[in-house]
Design a protein around this ligand. Structure first.
Ligand SMILES: *[C@@H]1O[C@H](CO)[C@@H](O)[C@H](O)[C@H]1NC(C)=O
Ligand SMILES: *[C@@H]1O[C@H](CO)[C@@H](O)[C@H](O)[C@H]1NC(C)=O
Ligand SMILES: *[C@@H]1O[C@H](CO)[C@@H](O)[C@H](O)[C@H]1NC(C)=O
Ligand SMILES: *[C@@H]1O[C@H](CO)[C@@H](O)[C@H](O)[C@H]1NC(C)=O
Length: 176
C-alpha cells in the first residue's frame, strides 16, 4: 500500500516536472478574439481584457481588424508613451505597429508598461490599451530529492501542493 502511494507520488512528480518545462511565449489576441478584436466602442481594453491576462517578456500581442476590408485602412496600432496615450496622440509614436493588413503583431520584449493606441481618432472611441509585462518566473533549478528514510515521503507530499500550484498556473497559461 505504502509503495503504491509512493509510486503514485513519484508518477505525479514526473508529470508535474514535465508540466513545469518553461512554456513558450504566448500570443495574446487583443480583445480576446482574432476577428474584429480591435474595434471602436467595443470594450475598455485595459480593464475588460488586459487585466484578465498575464503578460510575460517574450509574449506577443495580436490585433485583428481585417474584416470588413475597410477596417484595415481605418484602424491602426501604435506604441506610444504614457503622455501620448493619455492625450490619444500619434504625433510621435515609439513604434508604428500596423503593416496595413489588419493583422498586426508585436513582441513584448521588456518588463514594463506598454501603451498602444489606434490612429485616425479611434483612440477617443476606446481603441487604446495598456499592458504591464512581467519577467518570466524563474525556472526551477533543482527537483526535490528523495530522502532515503520515511521522512522522504513527508517532505515529498509537503512540497507537492506548491508544485501543483505552479503546474496549474503553467497549464492555465498554456490554455489561455
Ligand atoms: C479603462 O479602465 C481603466 C482602469 O479602470 C481606467 O483608468 C480608464 O479610464 C478606462 N478607460 C476608458 C476609455 O474608459
Ligand atoms: C512622450 O513624448 C513626448 C514627445 O516626445 C514628450 O513631450 C513627453 O514628455 C513624453 N512623455 C513621457 C512620459 O515620456
Ligand atoms: C505605419 O506603417 C504603415 C505600413 O508600413 C504605413 O502605411 C503608415 O503610413 C505608417 N504610419 C505612420 C504614421 O508612419
Ligand atoms: C524583440 O526582440 C526580438 C528578438 O531579439 C527582435 O527581433 C524584435 O525586433 C524585438 N521587437 C521589438 C518591438 O523591439
Amino acid at each position: 500500500m505504502e509503495s503504491l502511494m509512493r509510486r503514485s507520488a513519484i508518477t505525479t512528480l514526473v508529470i508535474v516536472s514535465l508540466l513545469m518545462i518553461p512554456s513558450e511565449a504566448l500570443k495574446h489576441d487583443v480583445g480576446g478574439t482574432k476577428y474584429n478584436g480591435w474595434a471602436p466602442n467595443k470594450m475598455n481594453y485595459t480593464s475588460d481584457w488586459a487585466s484578465h491576462e498575464q503578460f510575460y517578456v517574450g509574449d506577443w500581442l495580436y490585433w485583428g481588424f481585417d474584416e470588413p476590408r475597410i477596417n484595415r485602412q481605418l484602424y491602426s496600432v501604435f506604441e506610444v508613451n504614457k503622455t501620448d496615450y493619455e492625450s490619444c496622440s500619434t504625433d510621435h509614436p515609439l513604434y508604428n505597429i500596423s503593416k496595413g493588413g489588419g493583422r498586426d503583431v508585436y513582441q513584448l520584449n521588456h518588463s514594463r508598461p506598454y501603451y498602444f493606441i489606434s490612429g485616425g481618432g479611434f483612440c477617443w472611441q476606446g481603441m487604446k490599451l495598456t499592458v504591464v509585462v512581467h519577467e518570466l518566473p524563474p525556472a526551477p533549478t533543482e527537483a526535490p530529492t528523495e530522502a532515503p528514510s520515511s521522512s522522504g515521503s513527508t517532505s515529498l507530499s509537503a512540497s507537492l501542493p506548491g508544485m501543483f500550484a505552479i503546474a496549474a498556473a503553467t497549464a492555465l497559461r498554456a490554455v489561455l
